[in-house]
Design a protein around this ligand. Structure first.
Ligand SMILES: Cc1ncc(COP(=O)(O)O)c(C=O)c1O
Length: 372
């Protein structure tokens, strides 16, 4: 494996949210992008496109959709039909747009990706939040609680799998129960699978492959942003097998526009030319995951934390009063607060960075807690 993942890259002054809204003496480990060089094939393809001097309006080429379909076949041994795949500009705007489908409320679990939680509200629709069942920081669905929280007008259920921030990869049996719950309650499933390539412990199962109902009553989202570290070149895919649902999505998403010129090139390079880079990335991230988990156990006797099965995000409860505000003020490490995900008392640490950043962050946090 190459050791480029250890390299320190100065990202300040590059319009980076992570590095440009934090002070010089702060170490940012909040928003979910990585501090590594993005997948090299992406840079090459964008550079090649720059050789042509006209940057006009775009129409996503078949090559983009085919690169995604081929990747999907390789990963899951499953053939998506071309017409099911809709290239879009990003998952976040789409999470908001889809909340208008069915004209009712939506339901999901917490803790959960904050923009998934907030997206329906931004479109003027209600999102019902139901806590996951937490047993020693292992999070599972509580279908009884979900059932009790449904409203007469609930039409949609949002799934985040693998789950940000608790790092779960839901098993086939959990997804079958989820499908059954959706079927029994006539819910359409919005499945955000952006983290599906960042896996350490088991395989990801696309929701649409679970049962007939999940194929015909779901909208799934995929994007290269997380895995290939290109979230700044927004592009994603909605996969919508049902024709009526797809037509409704296309009607509602009119104002979202199409992926831009360089985003198209980035998508093709990510899905068709970056498999070996991804393999190296996963091995490095697995090392970070193991290192962080073991250091948390050794250094913070009162901390409770998940075993991260997927994503480069670690969910931690350091103890009473040690939230992201305390850590930022006293340790100069910037984390995301659990409140954003609908769970108080926790922080989320992004470990998609050179390993010595993790050591530095833990040193600072340990000192701050010792001086509390
Ligand atoms: C679960 C999840 N969905 C979507 C996104 C962002 O998607 P996009 O950049 O395509 O809008 C993120 C980013 O953190 C995420 O964690």
């Amino acid at each position: 494996m190459s050791n480029t993942f250890d390299e320190h890259i100065d990202r300040r002054g590059t319009s980076s949210i992570k590095w440009d809204i934090t002070a010089q003496d702060e170490l940012p480990m909040f928003i979910a992008d990585m501090d590594f060089v993005s997948a090299p094939a992406v840079k090459k393809r964008i550079a090649d496109r720059l050789e042509h001097p006209v940057f006009g309006y775009t129409k996503a080429p078949q090559q983009l959709v085919d690169s995604f379909i081929n990747w999907f076949r390789e990963e899951y041994d499953y053939d998506l039909k071309r017409e099911w795949v809709v290239p879009i500009t990003g998952i976040v705007p789409a999470l908001s747009v889809v909340s208008n489908i069915g004209g009712g409320s939506s339901i999901t679990v917490t803790p959960n990706y904050h923009m998934l939680l907030d997206a329906p509200g931004k479109a003027g629709n209600q999102m019902i939040r139901v806590p996951l069942h937490n047993e020693n920081e292992y999070y599972t669905f509580d279908f009884e609680a979900l059932k009790n929280a449904l409203l007469p007008d609930t039409k949609l259920i949002y799934l985040c799998n693998p789950q940000n921030p608790v790092g779960r990869i839901y098993s086939l049996s959990e997804l079958k129960q989820f499908e059954q719950f959706a079927r029994e309650n006539n819910l359409t499933v919005i499945s955000d699978e952006i983290h599906c390539e960042l896996l350490y412990d088991s395989k990801h199962i696309p929701f649409l492959t679970v049962e007939d109902y999940s194929l015909e009553n779901s909208i799934s989202f995929y994007a290269p942003g997380k895995t290939y570290n290109i979230p700044g070149v927004s592009m994603a895919f909605a996969v919508i097998p049902d024709e009526d649902l797809r037509n409704e999505f296309n009607r509602l998403s009119y104002a979202m526009g199409h992926p831009g010129l360089f985003n198209i090139e980035a998508g093709i390079a990510a899905y068709s030319e970056s498999a070996s880079w991804r393999g190296d990335l996963i091995e490095y991230l697995r090392g970070n995951r193991d290192y962080l988990e073991s250091e948390l156990g050794k250094r913070f006797k009162d901390a409770r934390f998940t075993h991260t099965e997927a994503t480069y995000l670690q969910w931690v409860n350091f103890g009473e009063g040690i939230d992201a505000g305390f850590i930022r003020k006293n340790a100069k490490v910037v984390l995301t607060d659990g409140k954003d995900f609908g769970a108080e008392g926790y922080v989320r640490i992004n470990f998609g960075c050179p390993r010595d950043y993790i050591t530095e962050a833990l040193d600072r946090i340990e000192k701050a807690i010792a001086n509390k």
